[in-house]
Structure formats: structure tokens, C-alpha cells
Design a protein around this ligand. Structure first.
Ligand code: 4AD
Ligand code: MG
Length: 433
């Protein structure tokens, strides 16, 4: 049955032919003599027109009774329709209801976000949510293709880990056959090992942060792409990040014009995402915040969401802030040899108020200094013995970064909240569906 059906996205090439499509009823309008059934199948949406005078009574009666989100098979003739978004409509010949849908909970009227999140398993059928997830599909593929083409080897990191990577306050603890384990916060430490095997490597997977923050920028479970390069400095990694971000944004623009239109995303700011990106030192950023923006910011603290948003006002493309105080960054960050208070770190901030999408930098490559940092951060040294081996056996300067997929997607799609950029968001107080 399935193999004789045509996907709606392919109807444009079948004008004049009789076809069968299968999908779900998105909406129905009637005008007595006519029924307009809007059917979607994931590849597109098409209007099927049923004319009372041309159809057996039983078929028209079925068309007049079919309900929202019933699954259907429709047979009809493809007609060109220049006004339709798909360029075609279907003159309906026959309708089969595969599975009825009674009182679908999401109606065309407005619903609150909490209700919609409870209905996420059904909400993803809506055109807007489906558009966001299609952009996500292209973004993920763009990241993989770009890195693969640039000579990176994919080597994924484990999810169960024996130790913290990004500080102990956001660790998810779990039991692992009688010993304590933690869900990974970042694959970076493992990337550093695989970078010593491959030179250029990346991992791409889910990461977990038990963050007690309820902001529109935080998820508990999010996806991160993390490249790592041996013999690379902070400068090298910033050059990589800007080439990478230009590449993936360009690819999404090529593939997902239609979806960005559905989202009413102005493509102009994305078309301007061209390297080089501006570089702002942390010191300079602090000066901008205090003097230009009049914010009560103290040198030495990390940026809050409001600070990042204020900084983005001055730039029309993503920009780097580099040289953060070591005290606000993770234990593995290499210190700036010219100023020991600073780390060789960088964040990439997305414009239009979005803020941090990438965090990265150069790693501490000296065994003695790294042992010192682990002690200062009160981390258990024995859990890091394998990591210290990387400094014992052929240590080299090396650098890398992590880009959050959902943060990046929120910016690319031009939407308010991170929670719509992942099929099933995990947030503070939300584990379902
Ligand atoms: O800045 P972060 O914490 O950096 C790291 O984890 C490094 N170990 C990465 C590396 O160098 N390999 O996280 C990197 C990115 C952030 O810039 C942000 O885009 C995203 O991960 N991110 C989150 N996204 C959603 N929800 C959260 N709670 C996030 N925390 C970080
Ligand atoms: Mg960060």
C-alpha cells in the first residue's frame, strides 16, 4: 500500500495524474457544495477539494465528517494551483479514513506554553514546530558534513562518566553498579584523548546539566557538537569557529528557506554571517558594559543573560569575547602567559540579543599546572589519572570548542525560547512527555 502512495512534496511533478497520498487532516473548511481538506504528510501540505456534485454521496459524506488529525488516504487528480504554497491542489476522487481522531487537543485557537508542552507529542505536528525541527535536522547535518569535509574524525564520548568536566554544581549523579557515576556535561576531556590519536576530532551528542535555572536559554539535556584539535592555539580555534559558523549558517539558508519563511525569520541577518567575526577582549567587554551600557558590572564576574544581550546590540554578526578571568572558567583552561588572572578562553555570542552559543579555548597542557588546577577546584585527582596521562605521554598545545545545537537553532530560527528547538525538551520541573 505504502509504496504506491505519492509524498505531497513530490506532487508538483505529477500535474494531471491521478495519485494517492497518505497523511493527516490538518484542517477542513466547508461551503456546503465543497469540502476543502488540508492534508499534511511531513513532506508538505496540500489542499484536497471535494465537489459534492462530482462524487458518490458516501464519499462526499465522509469528506464532510472527517475530523482534525484523522489519518487519511486520499486519491485524486493533481491540478496546478499557482496560489497554493505547494503549487498544486488535489481534485478529490476518494477518501479513506485510516485512523479517526476524536477531539484533538490542539485546535487552531491560542494555547498557553505549558499546555502545549504537555502536548508536545502532538504539538510537533504543527507547521511551526515541524519547521523548527526541520531546520534542526539541516543544522545537525551541516555540522557533521562541515567537520567531516574539513578532516575531523568523529569519536563520540561516553555519557556515563566518573568525574565532572564543567564544575560540580550542575552534575547529574546516578548509580553505576554500586559506584557513583555522572551524566556527561561535555565530551571535551575525552576529545582531548581522541585528538591525540587523530589530530582533529569531534564528538556530537547529548549532554546534561542539572542547572536549577528556569531561563529561556537553559535546558537540562541539550546537544553539543565539540571539535578538538592538537597543536592548536586559542587564535587557531577562533579562526576555526568563525569558518564553521559561517559554513553551517550558509548551508541552513540554502536548505531551509521555506521553513524560515514559516517562522517569519528575516534571513538578512543570517546572510550577513561572514567571517571574520569581531573579537572583543573580556576587559573591553567589561568597559562597554559599564561605560557605554551603564550596567552595574564588576570585573571578574561572568556575564549574565542581560549583559550578553546588551553586548550584542553593537554587532551585526556573531562576535567573540575572549580572555575571561580564569576564576569563572573550568579547571582545564590554560592561563594567559601574559596575565595569570586570565584564561585563554573564548565565547561566541550570537547577535540580535541571543548571546552565547559557543564556548571554547586552549587547554592546560602542562602536567604540573593541571594537577594544581584539579586540586584548586577540589576535584578528585584519581578520577583524572587517565586525563593526566595525556600530559605525560606526548603533551601538545591543543584547543577546541563546544557549540550548543539548541542555542544556535534558537538564534537561526529567530525564536524566543530554547524549548521549541528540541523534539522533547527536558527542563527544570519538566520530564514529560
Ligand atoms: O560553555 P560550555 O559549558 O563549554 C563546554 O562545555 C566546553 N567543555 C566545550 C568544549 O570546549 N568542548 O558549553 C558549550 C555550549 C554553550 O556555549 C551553549 O551553547 C551550550 O553549550 N550550553 C547549553 N545549552 C542549553 N542548555 C544549557 N544548560 C547549556 N549549557 C551550555
Ligand atoms: Mg560557556
Amino acid at each position: 500500500m505504502g509504496d504506491t502512495a505519492t509524498r505531497i512534496g513530490a506532487l508538483r511533478g505529477k500535474i494531471g495524474e491521478e495519485v494517492r497520498i497518505q497523511g493527516w487532516l490538518y484542517n477542513r473548511r466547508s461551503s456546503g457544495k465543497l469540502e476543502f481538506l488540508l492534508v499534511r504528510d511531513g513532506s508538505g501540505t496540500v489542499q484536497c477539494v471535494a465537489v459534492n456534485a462530482e462524487l458518490p454521496e458516501a464519499v462526499f459524506a465522509k469528506c464532510a465528517a472527517v475530523t482534525q488529525e484523522s489519518s487519511v488516504r486520499v486519491t485524486g487528480i493533481v491540478r496546478e494551483d499557482k496560489r497554493a504554497p505547494s503549487g498544486v491542489e488535489l481534485s478529490l476522487r476518494d477518501l479513506e479514513v485510516v485512523g479517526p481522531s476524536v477531539d484533538f487537543p490542539i485546535t487552531p485557537k491560542e494555547h498557553g506554553p505549558s499546555f502545549l508542552l504537555d502536548q508536545r507529542h502532538l504539538w510537533i505536528r504543527s507547521p511551526r514546530q515541524a519547521a523548527i525541527l526541520k531546520v534542526r535536522h539541516s543544522l545537525v547535518q551541516a555540522c557533521r558534513d562541515w567537520l567531516n569535509r574539513d578532516g575531523f574524525i568523529l569519536a563520540d564520548a561516553p555519557i556515563f562518566t566518573p568525574s565532572a568536566c564543567e564544575g560540580t554544581t550542575t552534575l547529574f549523579e546516578t548509580q553505576y553498579f554500586g559506584e557513583k557515576a555522572y551524566l556527561t556535561q561535555s565530551g571535551q576531556l575525552y576529545n582531548e584523548a581522541t585528538a591525540m590519536a587523530f589530530g582533529k576530532t569531534y564528538c556530537f551528542g547529548p549532554t546534561f546539566r542539572a542547572e536549577k535555572s528556569k531561563t529561556r536559554r537553559h535546558l537540562i539535556e541539550f546537544w553539543m557538537v565539540e571539535p578538538e584539535i592538537a597543536f592548536a592555539t586559542l587564535e587557531d580555534v577562533m579562526a576555526l569557529i568563525e569558518r564553521f559558523v559561517e559554513g553551517i549558517v550558509g548551508r541552513v539558508l540554502e536548505e531551509r528557506r521555506e521553513e524560515l519563511k514559516v517562522l517569519e525569520r528575516d534571513p538578512a541577518p543570517l546572510e550577513g554571517v561572514k567571517a571574520p567575526f569581531p573579537r572583543v577582549s573580556y576587559d573591553e567587554a567589561v568597559r562597554i558594559l559599564k561605560e557605554k551600557k551603564g550596567l552595574p558590572f564588576e570585573w571578574g564576574s561572568d556575564f549574565g543573560a542581560a549583559d550578553e544581550t546588551a553586548l550584542t546590540e553593537d554587532y551585526d554578526r556573531p562576535f567573540f569575547v575572549h580572555g575571561f578571568p580564569a576564576a569563572v572558567k573550568a579547571f582545564y583552561m590554560k592561563r594567559d602567559p601574559k596575565d595569570d588572572r586570565l584564561s585563554l578562553s573564548c565565547d561566541l555570542l550570537a547577535p540580535e540579543g541571543y548571546g552565547e552559543i559557543v564556548g571554547g579555548g586552549e587547554r592546560e597542557d602542562s602536567l604540573d599546572r593541571l594537577v594544581g588546577r584539579i586540586r584548586e577546584h577540589e576535584l578528585p585527582l584519581e578520577a583524572f589519572e587517565w586525563y593526566l596521562d595525556l600530559r605525560r605521554y606526548g603533551s601538545v598545545p591543543h584547543s577546541g570548542f563546544g557549540m550548543g545545537i539548541e542555542r544556535t537553532l534558537t538564534w537561526i530560527c529567530g525564536i524566543e525560547h530554547l524549548r521549541e528547538t528540541i523534539p522533547f525538551p527536558r527542563m527544570l520541573n519538566r520530564l514529560r512527555p
